[in-house]
Design a protein around this ligand. Structure first.
Ligand SMILES: [Zn+2]
Length: 173
């Protein structure tokens, strides 16, 4: 990667975050990040390698933003926008984690490994090809079935689910 490239990307990203219009609403913020990432040809290759980010880029934020995001919009300029990313990977990781925070729902269970809160994620099971609602720890990567058993199959895809989908899923038993 050229040194200039990450410099220009940082500059453009800081400008996006400095624009007050970017962080007026959670939905708007989500869309602004997605549009920005998609507009950068330099990011394309790395984005395609990142399964979770690819999924997040296709999520419609309308109706899917979690009720209580862990993010304070007025702080985003200082939090996400002031970082000088050293490479594209770090930059995309920051964006991915932010998008993820905006659309995932916490369960009331804590991670058995590191005690952090577990979030709901829908997982496509590599073995059965079926979809299953699971709980994941963002901090250490622990993944479990809803009954608490450790997830041991392969994962094809993971994506966020909103509260309604979770309720429907749980109602079905
Ligand atoms: Zn954990």
């Amino acid at each position: 990667m050229k040194k200039n490239e990450i410099y220009e990307l940082n500059k453009s990203f800081n400008e996006l975050l400095s624009d007050k219009k970017t962080t007026l609403t959670y939905e708007g913020y989500y869309s602004a990040l997605v549009v920005w990432v998609k507009s950068k040809e330099e990011l394309k290759e790395e984005v395609e390698k990142d399964e979770r980010l690819t999924v997040l880029l296709s999520v419609d934020p309308c109706g899917n933003i979690t009720e209580t995001p862990d993010i304070l919009l007025e702080m985003e300029k200082d939090r996400l926008g002031s970082i000088k990313y050293e490479n594209i990977d770090n930059m995309l990781m920051g964006i991915r984690d932010t998008l993820w925070d905006l659309v995932t729902v916490y369960s009331n269970k804590d991670c058995p490994i590191c005690d952090d809160g577990l979030r709901y994620v829908m997982v496509e099971n590599e073995t059965t090809n079926g979809k299953e609602l699971t709980l994941e720890c963002d901090t250490c990567g622990w993944l479990e079935h809803l009954d608490g058993r450790e997830w041991e199959s392969g994962v094809v895809k993971m994506y966020p689910v909103d509260k309604k989908e979770i309720e429907n899923y749980l109602a079905k038993g």
